[in-house]
Design a protein. Sequence first.
Length: 45
Amino acid sequence: MISSILTSRTWKEGEFIVADISFEHQVWHEGSELRLILIVEFWHS
């Protein structure tokens, strides 16, 4: 699950989550399987 001041989302198997993590947020994993995370950063001026 990822939770911020704006929203909370729960991951479902076979799906993905896109989140703006520039806001304060929390992420946790309660499963027994390995969790992999891909972080892509976009820079703007």
